[in-house]
Design a protein. Structure first.
Length: 79
């Protein structure tokens, strides 16, 4: 299934919501700040087709925005 990755920017409140949710669920993740890492931004856009954040890669899925039902389902798959 691979590691969990959260693509973020420093000023994005929804990115914080995703990170807080994963932390509460005891899911470790790698944060990629696309504002500081152009390569991560390009990879995110190629994989998700999205320019905005958050984009979360978890349990083999790509979840756009703070979609709590989708995150909950992905977390369930990890367990």
């Amino acid at each position: 299934m691979g590691e969990t990755i959260v693509h973020t920017t420093p000023t994005c409140p929804y990115c914080r919501y995703v990170k807080d949710y994963l932390t509460r669920e005891n899911i470790s993740f790698l944060e990629k700040n696309i504002a500081a890492d152009r390569q991560a931004a390009m990879e995110m856009a190629m994989q998700s087709g999205q320019q905005g954040v958050p984009v979360t890669e978890i349990a083999g899925e790509t979840i756009v925005d703070f979609d709590q039902p989708a995150l909950r389902e992905a977390v369930y798959k990890l367990r």
